[in-house]
Design a binder for this molecule. Structure first.
Ligand code: 5GP
Length: 189
């Protein structure tokens, strides 16, 4: 039987270091591919079209939705983001592994379509510190801390639906954990 590729979906709050981790795992595993999303967000810093994202207008994005070209799409922080259905299908059918950096809504939708996908949640180390503070201070903390903890809680509750949660406090360790996860999936083929 022909070998099918695997999807490795990485999500996590901003500041978790997702893009750095993805860059490093792609260097470590040259066979692994990155799913370049479409977005209506303007490019940031040195981001390049067709490398970091496919930067498109909202009108083009809407047309793609109409034509059913997205495997999943979602609105994140006011902009639209979507994964190319054709790209994913083609990569998986040819036995290529794909890593995706998408939000929790997208991960849920993709997992419903591809139940073999591996869901990995990356947590920034500051969450750990935040949680420790929560335990220490109890409920009488200031409004600012309360609201931070609320958003941390919301983010962490999404993590429950993931197969793996990695606290990214040491980049090298995080990448090696991710590598182990990928190897484990191959070992079970
Ligand atoms: P950023 O604008 O910081 O690059 O990404 C914002 C959020 O959008 C991140 O959580 C990232 O994972 C998510 N994202 C990027 N591409 C996609 C996509 O194709 N689909 C979905 N659902 N989320 C995406």
């Amino acid at each position: 039987m022909e070998k099918k590729g695997h999807l490795f979906i990485i999500s996590g709050p901003s500041g978790a270091g997702k893009s750095t981790v993805v860059d490093l795992i792609l260097k470590k595993r040259p066979q692994l591919e990155y799913s370049i999303s479409y977005t209506t967000r303007p490019p940031r810093g040195d981001e390049r079209d067709g490398v970091d994202y496919h930067f498109i207008t909202e009108a083009s994005f809407r047309e793609k939705i109409e034509r059913g070209e997205f495997a999943e799409w979602a609105k994140v922080y006011g902009c639209l983001y979507g994964t190319s259905a054709a790209y994913i299908e083609e990569a998986l059918a040819s036995g290529r592994d794909v890593v995706l950096d998408i939000d929790v809504q997208g991960a849920e939708k993709l997992y419903a379509k591809y139940p073999d996908a591996v869901l990995i949640f990356l947590v920034p180390p500051s969450f750990e510190k935040l949680q420790k503070r929560l335990v220490k201070r109890g409920t009488d903390s200031s409004e600012t801390i309360k609201s931070r903890l609320r958003s941390a809680e919301a983010e962490m509750s999404a993590a429950r639906h993931y197969h793996y949660v990695i606290v990214n406090d040491d980049l090298g360790k995080t990448v090696s954990e991710l590598n182990t996860i990928i190897e484990k999936v191959h070992a079970h083929e």
